[in-house]
Design a protein around this ligand. Sequence first.
Ligand SMILES: [Zn+2]
Ligand SMILES: [Zn+2]
Ligand SMILES: [Zn+2]
Length: 735
Amino acid sequence: MYRTAARLGLNGSVRNLGDAGVEIVVQGLAERVEDFIAALREDAPPLAEVEDFVLKEATPNEGESEFRILPSRGGKGKGAGTIPADTAICDSCLADIYDGSSHYHGYWGTSCVDCGPRYTVIIGLPYDRPLTSMDEFPMCERCLQDYGNPMDRRHHAQTVACSQCGPQLSFRPSDREDPVLEAVRALRQGEIVAIKGIGGCHIACDATNESLLDELRERFDRPTKPFALMAKDVEMVRSFAHVSLEEERWLRSIRRPIVILYQKDPCPLPGAIAPGLPNVAVMLPYTGLHHLLFNHLDIPLVMTSANLPGRPMLIDNGEIQKGLAEVVDRFLLHDRRIVARCDDSLMRVAAGGPRFIRRSRGWAPTPLRLSSGAGQDVMALGAEYSNVISFYHQGNCFPSQFLGDIDDVETFAFLRETVDHLLGVTGLEMPRVIACDLHPDFLTTRLAKELASEGGALFQVQHHHAHIASVLGEQEAERAVGIAVDGFGYGEDGSAWGGEILEADRSGYSRAASLSSMRMPGGDRAARYPARMVAGILFGQAKAEEIVSKHVQFPGGEQERRIVFQQMAAGLNTPLTTSAGRFLDGVSALLGICTKRGYEGEPAMRLEGAAWKGRDLRPALSYRKEGNRRVLDVQALFRDILSSLEAGHRIRDLAMTAQMGIANGLGTLALEEAERRSVEAVALSGGVAYNGAISARIRTIVEEAGLKFWCNEMVPCGDGGVAYGQTVVALARAG
Ligand SMILES: [Zn+2]
Ligand SMILES: [Zn+2]
Ligand SMILES: [Zn+2]
């Protein structure tokens, strides 16, 4: 802004108003003022999202002879909407890296006011160098010049550094020449290299080398979970995947998420990248370091997060070297401390919109608008899996980065650190209104109760109500019929819900319909071994045990099968569930697609992969009553699929039939409810909403009936969106 004003010879001032935006006063030739306004509209900084633009005439100030930057108003910047997210290196900085005459030539950590790390290096407010991890690197004279020059794009850029004064790379165990060239040579020779980045560490290797991928899976103990890739540019991505215009836009976005694409058929990459899936998850380089590496590489790299199973990603140099000693051959590290861990964001484009699986690096903690009359601040702690927490302050909801599964000491510690970090970077006090899940055993629920016992107000929100409320929040809507489909959420009756039709508003809901109840023999074990779900779905039907014995194998063989049936007959550790995820798991096992879950959602994701280009056999669906709610009879659907399997139908058609059965059944139940209650919109959310075929089908059913279809676009449909939904509910209830 300063540079534009100076270029146009205008006088005046600019001042940051915190929550209220930015106030700019300019005076000068009318024509130049017009140019200035046009430049503001067109050349806004990459991350500036202009919400509103108000123009007013002011009285000329005769004494004004320059353009000044005035100190921010609003003291500490409490809850300011200005906390930056980390961004990819900008084109100008990239040009500096490659420009032999530039002071920043070849420097891996080159950045400016428009780009570079932010959330991951900021310790607290105000955002100034002493309160970042760059404080350990005093600027050299040359960098100081740029930092102090209002005409330079590095003016007041807190992360400015160069090869003389900034964070340094090292290649280990030995460091003979340029660490980047050493790493390139190692990667080319088929070695596995840990590469420290902005918010964490990646494990990298040549993605075209099949035996190397097998080796990595073995060493990393990750038999099936897909690996994310990094490709040099979009052209390289197109050599192995289909990229639509919208997907290309996301790939190139300055926020640089990992985008889930469809592989080309045939795909030149080894199947070991995403076993059993037709997809491939790719991102483009986002730091100077990545670009320097790809300057010498013509292969895509595996770039998977370096976290040990169930633990948060490694960020400390000592811990990276210790934790990955058995996994990688070499380390490419830098000596800038990562203040806040931040995983790569992960998304796909489905049913006409972006779907976030993780909204993390590049976004966190960019606030989401949340209209509400309530003036109270809220902290929401989310659920358990793939968790995110959030803070709400005066119309803005600040979601944290992706935190992972909060089910052990280390991830719980990460969550507590994140509470402090978010309070630090937003300048907020600990809110007195606290929201959490209904599940009594979640660590997040216990923490919420503990914090609320110190004088706060606690709102426990049913899991699927939170999912649907997250859509209401995004849509600025008050009411909808919700279809909440996922793996598991604690129901009001203590059973495991997950295929629900809720008539919901922001403060409450009623459970109108669902899938019919299935047994889950062994509870959590049934989620890990989907063969158990086949037994659970068929239990009580004619010849159930015989059918199960014929079609699926248990890890513990015949003996385990007998025990499972005895367990169900005795009603021991056999909770009931209406989960769409568990039903799809059962079909996946029945069709022999996936019998053991290697990662969250794997059986259902592989079922979706198997159904790619399959045909719906359109079995008649049946509905019945369970208690006072309507249910889709999933046992009948399952039997239909079973008899088609025995009749020799193709697996891909059966997989598609299962997905369409769920979509058609839930869509029909939602329409009935919408008509009965005169509701005009249907909201879809929950982890199963990532399934492109199911969400597209539900969308069609809803729109053909003349109703509005809503799904999450700003927060994840999965449990990463629960905290936002809890916030919506808590605000409505706290009123
Ligand atoms: Zn830049
Ligand atoms: Zn320097
Ligand atoms: Zn959920």
